[in-house]
Design a protein around this ligand. Structure first.
Ligand code: PLP
Length: 382
């Protein structure tokens, strides 16, 4: 099959196309920021924090410089002793682990579930020990980890639950009693990233912390600003980690368009589910009925060692895909000091060989998606 010329090219992410319908709003925000010239901690920063908090059911939002700093600040706010253990899934982006390692905490890796890719609560329970200080759950690819069970495990053990919500902003989790919460607002602290490729991305780096506890929000705000509440009085060892006024102003625009972008991702995912479900060569993403899925990624699993060949076939047909993630954290060279070996986390290791993310960005066109489906159907025949 050759690609019809009107649908060339397909991108894994197409921010220019996504921004085009509201380019004028972004231009206006940009120019207003330039004129007002309050580039650090200008009024847009607080306004954006308020707006995002309201969007997430009333959580306190503390903006910071990026999602990795958010994880660092979340851990710092717990005041853990040096060497305290932090439980982290072996299958996630490295930042989740890096923050703990940089703070001199001891990362303890655990395996994930083969269907949802999220951390396995039973593995978390088994990894708890007297030195455990925190558990970091990651809501991978846009679907919530099992936060009700994880929160119960953490509460019983007296350790903090941190939610790395860089990929699932806007997803909700429904508890056994029927109540629901936004991802990132269940544990002691949630973190998120506004890296351009995230569901709510800015035009550079940005991040935020989420919490329902006003005292913790104040502490996080202080930690993100050199540990000071009052200028030049540094009560805590903190970071210089701020969201630029310019990014906040642009994020205020993009937040208005987030519901439509999320709906577009979910509609693409539903079409993929229906069209690809019957294909034996691949497995569509499992849905946890307790969580909504905001499809930061639409990640299929390709079994029997056929993933790389399928990716090459798609590439040759003009369909970009990506592998998130090709190497589990316990086999990363920088973390050899943790003394893990191949075979320690078999699910994470298998997923690294099987996962493939398809284009699911909001600006993906119907013809483009139909073409991707046709190429996958053709691959299934091979
Ligand atoms: C993107 C991401 C981060 C880091 O965010 P940055 O803003 O790039 O620092 C952390 N954790 C996960 C799961 C991510 O996807």
């Amino acid at each position: 099959m050759s690609m019809p010329t009107e649908i060339i090219p397909i991108h894994l992410l197409d921010l220019a196309a996504e921004h085009a319908p509201y380019q004028a709003e972004l231009d206006a925000a940009w120019q207003a920021t330039l004129r007002e010239a309050a580039f650090i901690q200008g009024p847009a920063v607080g306004a954006f924090a308020q707006a995002l908090g309201a969007h997430l059911g009333g959580a306190a939002v503390v903006p910071c410089a990026n999602g990795t700093d958010a994880l660092t600040l979340a851990l710092l706010s717990l005041g853990l002793p040096p060497g305290a253990e932090v439980i982290v899934p072996a299958f996630t982006y490295v930042a989740t682990l890096e923050a703990a390692a940089l703070l001199g905490l001891r990362p303890v890796l655990v395996d994930v579930l083969p269907d949802t890719f999220n951390v396995d609560p039973a593995a978390v329970r088994a990894a708890l020990g007297p030195r455990t200080g925190a558990v970091v759950a990651v809501h991978l690819f846009g679907q919530c980890a099992e936060v009700e069970e994880l929160a119960a495990i953490c509460r019983a053990a007296g350790v903090a639950l941190i939610e790395d919500n860089a990929q699932a902003l806007g997803a909700t989790y429904t508890f056994a009693d029927g109540s629901a919460r936004y991802a990132g607002t269940v544990g002691e602290v949630g973190t998120t990233s506004f890296f351009p490729s995230k569901n709510l991305g800015c035009l550079g780096d940005g991040g935020a912390l989420l919490t329902r506890d006003a005292a913790r929000a104040a502490r996080l705000r202080q930690l993100a600003n050199h540990g000071q509440r009052q200028k030049y009085v540094h009560e805590l060892v903190g970071l210089n980690s701020r969201l630029d006024t310019l990014q906040a102003a642009l994020l205020l625009v993009k937040l208005r368009h987030l519901p439509a972008a999320q709906a577009a991702r979910q509609a693409h995912a539903a079409r993929y589910d229906a069209a690809l479900g019957p294909l034996p060569v691949l497995q569509t993403p499992a849905r946890d009925p307790r969580s909504t899925h905001v499809f930061h990624q639409y990640t299929i699993k390709v079994a029997n060692g056929r993933r790389d060949a399928l990716q090459a076939f798609l590439r040759q047909k003009g369909v970009p895909t990506a592998v998130y993630y090709p190497l589990p954290l316990h086999l990363q060279p920088a973390y050899a000091y943790l003394d893990y070996r191949a075979g320690d986390f078999p699910v994470a290791e298998a997923l690294c060989q099987q996962v493939l993310a398809l284009p699911v960005h909001p600006a993906l066109g119907a013809a483009q998606q139909a073409y991707i489906v046709a190429v996958l159907q053709e691959a299934d025949q091979l």
